[in-house]
Ligand binder design. Structure first.
Ligand SMILES: NC(=O)c1ccc[n+]([C@@H]2O[C@H](COP(=O)([O-])OP(=O)(O)OC[C@H]3O[C@@H](n4cnc5c(N)ncnc54)[C@H](OP(=O)(O)O)[C@@H]3O)[C@@H](O)[C@H]2O)c1
Length: 255
């Protein structure tokens, strides 16, 4: 196993602390990175490193990531805070993962940074959380032995709407963002609630609403398919608020 540490940007947050806990269980050496050094120091366990860096300060991030084998960024909203950490990871030649669930940010990572990442041998693995790893893997599995499928529909069932503070704040931004679907072999403009459909889940059929999953971006990268759309099952009120998109965004941020 590598002796170089894993950097966790946003280590003081809800997701950052979960990542640190899991990394410790795996025996990975940690470097806690964030904008509040005292708070990081209070969280650091014996032998763990601490570096101060604001997510918008590229040079400080390069210094904070240098010498690590990978960085996991948990500092969102990513469309606002996510770009400099990617640039810094590329400059420091450190593999990069994040907990983003923002489709437009994933598009930036794939479209703006893909070339530099390949050139430098750096892995960029965005949206590497509940949003949207399961959908991407399930799509790939469903396509096995059926290639080329004409269309892939990814749908998430939800059993409640418990969300962390950062997720609610980010959701308020996501609702106001442009999103895309993959239709007829190309990316087309879409929006939260642009289409709805009925989907058969293990517990029965439910209505789902289109949302900004990253599967329309990721699935065509590994599977020969013409159409990919991502859906979520939401309680009626949340689905209606979501469909209001930009209008609902400021209220969701305050929840
Ligand atoms: N994909 C998924 O399944 C999934 C699941 C959970 C969360 N998320 C996403 O992950 C992100 C974090 O969520 P959360 O609930 O963990 O949020 P959180 O508890 O509010 O934590 C946010 C973290 O970001 C740090 N941060 C904020 N602004 C910063 C800046 N300018 N410079 C450096 N650090 C900064 C915060 O540091 P301070 O402590 O100094 O404020 C904190 O450590 C959100 O975008 C959320 O949507 C995704």
């Amino acid at each position: 196993m590598t002796e170089r540490p894993l950097a966790v940007l946003g280590a003081t947050g809800y997701t950052g602390q979960l990542v640190c806990r899991q990394a410790r269980e795996l025996g990975l050496p940690l470097r806690l990175v964030g904008r509040r050094p005292e708070a990081l120091q209070a969280l650091a366990e014996a032998g763990e490193e601490v570096r101060a860096a604001d997510a918008r300060d590229r040079d400080a991030l390069v210094r904070a990531f240098s010498g690590c084998f990978a960085v996991i960024s948990c500092a969102g909203p990513f469309l606002a805070l996510g770009t400099e950490p990617v640039e810094a990871a590329l400059e420091a030649r450190v593999h990069y993962l994040d907990s983003s669930g923002e489709q437009p940010f994933a598009r930036i990572v794939y479209e703006r940074f893909d070339g530099a990442a390949r050139e430098r041998g750096v892995v960029l693995l965005t949206s590497f959380g509940f949003d949207f790893v399961p959908g991407d893997l399930a799509a790939r599995l469903a396509a096995e032995d059926r290639e080329p499928p004409e269309s892939i529909v990814v749908a998430y069932d939800t059993s409640g709407l418990a969300t962390s503070r950062g997720t609610r704040q980010t959701l308020g931004h996501v609702l106001a963002q442009e999103q895309v679907a993959y239709e007829g072999g190309t990316l087309v403009t879409s929006s939260f609630g642009a289409t709805t459909r009925r989907v058969r889940f293990p517990e029965g059929e439910k209505s789902v609403i289109e949302w900004g999953g990253t599967e329309p971006l990721t699935v065509p990268r590994h599977t020969d398919v013409r159409t990919v759309r991502s859906y979520v099952q939401l309680p009626k009120l949340a689905a209606r608020a979501g469909a209001l998109g930009r209008l609902a965004a400021p209220f969701v941020r305050r929840l």
